[in-house]
Design a binder for this molecule. Sequence first.
Ligand code: UTP
Length: 298
Amino acid sequence: MQKVTLKKAVFPVAGLGTRFLPATKASPKEMLPVVDKPLIQYAVEEAYSAGIRHMIFVTGRNKRAIEDHFDTAYELESELEKAEKHALLSVLRSVQPDDMHCAFVRQPRSLGLGHAVLCAEHLIGNEPFAVLLADDLMMGPVGGLSVLAQMAAQFEQVQQSIVAVQEVPAAHTRRYGIVAVDAATDAYPALMKVQKIVEKPAPDVAPSRMGVAGRYILTPAIFEHIRNQSSGVGGEIQLTDGIAGLMRQENVYAFQYQGKRYDCGSKEGFLEATVELALQHPEIGDHFRAYLKSIKLD
Ligand code: UTP
C-alpha cells in the first residue's frame, strides 16, 4: 500500500460563539487572544508543526478578521520597517510562513460542525485531512510533539481515520462526542479501534468516559457519510454522526494524546489557558507569577 501523507487541514470557524457573547457579537471567537496570540493561530501553528502547509478555513459572517490575520499587513510592516522594529516585524511575518497556503470558504449558515467540514470538500478532494477546532487549545508536552503531530505520526502508520480522545468527568459527557473502544493491539499500540461514537450522551447512557477532543484526521470517505445524514443532536449536522457512518465502511481509531487541552470555548477554560500560558510566557511569565503570588485569595 502506498502511504499517503497529510497535507491539508480544515479549521471550522463559522460557529456563533454564543457562550462568549457579547465579546463575539461582532468579532470571531477564534480571534480571542490567549496572552498575545489568537486562538486560531495556536491551531494553525499546531497544524504547521505536523507538516501541513495547506490551511482551509470554513468561515461565516463576522469572520473577516481571521482572513486579515493570515494576510500580509503591508502598512503595519512598512511602519515597523521604518521604525527598525525588527523583532516585531518577524513576529508579524511568522504568522504566515512563506510555504503556508491559506484558503477560505464560507459556511452560509451555522448548520453544525459536520456541515462546516462538508463545505471544504471541494478544496480537499480525494485525500485525508485534519480537522482542528481552534477553541480547543491543545498544548503538547514540554519539548515534545504537538498533539496533531502525534496524531500525524500515528496516521503515517495506520492510514485510517483517527480522533483525539481524553478521559472526561462522568458529569461532562453531554459536552462531548463519546466513544467506546477496543483495546489497542500489538500492531498499533497507541490506537484503539472505535466501536461506537455518540454525540453528547447523558452520563447514564454514555458508552464510556472517553471524550473526543477537537482534533481529527479523516479519510475523504467521510464526506459521503456527512452528505447522507440527517440532522442530529441540537438539530445540527454533526461530524460525530458522519464518523459513525464512516465506521461502517472503514476502521476509525481513537488516540489518547500526550499533553493538555484547554476548552477555550468556555469562559473557565479560556481563563485557565490564559493563566497557564501567561505563566510560561518568556516575556511576562516571571512578573505574572510574582503578581499571582501577591494576590490574596480567600
Ligand atoms: P462549538 O459549538 O463549540 O462553537 O463548535 P460555537 O457554536 O461557535 O460556540 P457556542 O457553543 O455557540 O458558544 C465547535 C467548532 O465548530 C465550529 C465553531 O466555529 C467551533 O470552532 N462550527 C460549529 C462551525 O464552523 N460551524 C457550525 O455550524 C458549528
